[in-house]
Design a protein around this ligand. Sequence first.
Ligand SMILES: [Zn+2]
Length: 118
Amino acid sequence: MKGWAGETPETPEQFLAELERRAEADKARKVSSETPSGQPAHVSGWPEGVIARYLTVGGAKVDVTDTDEHPEAVCGGCPQTFTRNSRYISGSLDTVHRWAQEHAEKCRALPRPEAGGR
Ligand SMILES: [Zn+2]
Protein backbone atom coordinates (compact mmCIF):
# COMPACT_ATOMS: atom_id res chain seq x y z
CA MET A 1 0.00 0.00 0.00
CA LYS A 2 1.44 3.36 -1.00
CA GLY A 3 -0.73 5.78 0.93
CA TRP A 4 1.00 9.15 1.24
CA ALA A 5 -1.11 10.42 4.06
CA GLY A 6 1.13 12.42 6.31
CA GLU A 7 4.23 11.66 4.23
CA THR A 8 6.20 13.71 1.77
CA PRO A 9 6.79 12.14 -1.64
CA GLU A 10 10.23 10.63 -1.91
CA THR A 11 11.18 10.96 -5.57
CA PRO A 12 11.01 14.04 -7.81
CA GLU A 13 8.52 12.14 -9.99
CA GLN A 14 6.24 11.54 -7.04
CA PHE A 15 6.64 15.14 -5.97
CA LEU A 16 5.68 16.44 -9.43
CA ALA A 17 2.76 14.05 -9.64
CA GLU A 18 1.57 15.28 -6.28
CA LEU A 19 1.87 18.92 -7.37
CA GLU A 20 -0.06 18.17 -10.53
CA ARG A 21 -2.75 16.40 -8.58
CA ARG A 22 -3.12 19.42 -6.29
CA ALA A 23 -3.22 21.82 -9.25
CA GLU A 24 -5.98 19.75 -10.82
CA ALA A 25 -7.97 19.75 -7.60
CA ASP A 26 -7.47 23.50 -7.34
CA LYS A 27 -8.65 24.03 -10.91
CA ALA A 28 -11.72 21.90 -10.31
CA ARG A 29 -12.55 23.97 -7.26
CA LYS A 30 -12.25 27.23 -9.21
CA VAL A 31 -14.40 26.02 -12.07
CA SER A 32 -17.11 24.89 -9.72
CA SER A 33 -17.20 28.33 -8.09
CA GLU A 34 -18.09 30.02 -11.34
CA THR A 35 -21.65 30.94 -12.07
CA PRO A 36 -23.52 28.95 -14.71
CA SER A 37 -23.54 31.94 -17.07
CA GLY A 38 -19.79 31.66 -17.42
CA GLN A 39 -19.17 34.91 -15.61
CA PRO A 40 -16.44 34.66 -13.02
CA ALA A 41 -17.79 34.51 -9.52
CA HIS A 42 -17.55 37.66 -7.45
CA VAL A 43 -14.02 37.87 -6.16
CA SER A 44 -14.03 38.66 -2.50
CA GLY A 45 -12.40 41.94 -1.64
CA TRP A 46 -13.14 43.56 -4.97
CA PRO A 47 -15.93 46.07 -5.39
CA GLU A 48 -18.91 44.80 -7.31
CA GLY A 49 -18.60 45.19 -11.06
CA VAL A 50 -14.81 45.35 -11.01
CA ILE A 51 -13.42 42.91 -13.54
CA ALA A 52 -9.76 43.90 -13.43
CA ARG A 53 -7.38 45.86 -11.29
CA TYR A 54 -4.07 47.43 -12.21
CA LEU A 55 -1.60 48.31 -9.50
CA THR A 56 -0.07 51.73 -10.08
CA VAL A 57 3.54 52.58 -9.38
CA GLY A 58 2.26 54.70 -6.51
CA GLY A 59 0.54 51.72 -4.93
CA ALA A 60 -3.02 52.70 -5.79
CA LYS A 61 -5.31 50.59 -7.94
CA VAL A 62 -6.97 51.32 -11.22
CA ASP A 63 -10.29 49.49 -11.24
CA VAL A 64 -11.79 48.38 -14.51
CA THR A 65 -15.52 47.95 -14.32
CA ASP A 66 -17.85 46.68 -16.98
CA THR A 67 -21.43 47.32 -16.05
CA ASP A 68 -24.34 48.00 -18.40
CA GLU A 69 -21.97 47.81 -21.34
CA HIS A 70 -20.16 50.92 -20.23
CA PRO A 71 -16.62 49.84 -19.53
CA GLU A 72 -14.87 52.25 -17.25
CA ALA A 73 -11.54 52.60 -15.50
CA VAL A 74 -11.18 54.56 -12.29
CA CYS A 75 -7.92 55.37 -10.56
CA GLY A 76 -8.04 55.00 -6.80
CA GLY A 77 -5.09 57.32 -6.31
CA CYS A 78 -5.87 60.36 -8.42
CA PRO A 79 -9.07 61.82 -9.87
CA GLN A 80 -8.48 60.39 -13.32
CA THR A 81 -11.07 58.16 -14.88
CA PHE A 82 -11.61 56.72 -18.29
CA THR A 83 -15.16 56.43 -19.46
CA ARG A 84 -17.01 56.33 -22.71
CA ASN A 85 -17.61 60.04 -22.44
CA SER A 86 -14.02 61.01 -21.90
CA ARG A 87 -11.95 62.88 -24.42
CA TYR A 88 -10.11 59.68 -25.20
CA ILE A 89 -11.24 57.31 -27.87
CA SER A 90 -14.23 55.65 -26.36
CA GLY A 91 -15.39 52.19 -26.93
CA SER A 92 -14.25 48.73 -26.29
CA LEU A 93 -13.29 47.09 -23.08
CA ASP A 94 -9.95 46.53 -24.70
CA THR A 95 -9.33 50.25 -24.84
CA VAL A 96 -10.27 50.61 -21.20
CA HIS A 97 -7.81 47.91 -20.23
CA ARG A 98 -5.12 49.60 -22.25
CA TRP A 99 -5.82 52.95 -20.59
CA ALA A 100 -5.78 51.34 -17.14
CA GLN A 101 -2.49 49.63 -17.90
CA GLU A 102 -0.87 52.80 -19.20
CA HIS A 103 -2.20 54.94 -16.39
CA ALA A 104 -1.02 52.44 -13.79
CA GLU A 105 2.48 52.65 -15.23
CA LYS A 106 2.56 56.44 -14.86
CA CYS A 107 0.40 57.31 -11.87
CA ARG A 108 2.34 58.00 -8.70
CA ALA A 109 -0.55 59.18 -6.59
CA LEU A 110 -0.84 57.34 -3.31
CA PRO A 111 -4.10 55.63 -2.50
CA ARG A 112 -6.27 57.34 0.06
CA PRO A 113 -5.98 55.63 3.40
CA GLU A 114 -9.08 53.57 3.97
CA ALA A 115 -10.93 53.48 7.25
CA GLY A 116 -9.44 50.78 9.41
CA GLY A 117 -6.42 50.54 7.14
CA ARG A 118 -2.77 50.90 7.97
ZN1 LIG B 1 -4.02 57.82 -11.14
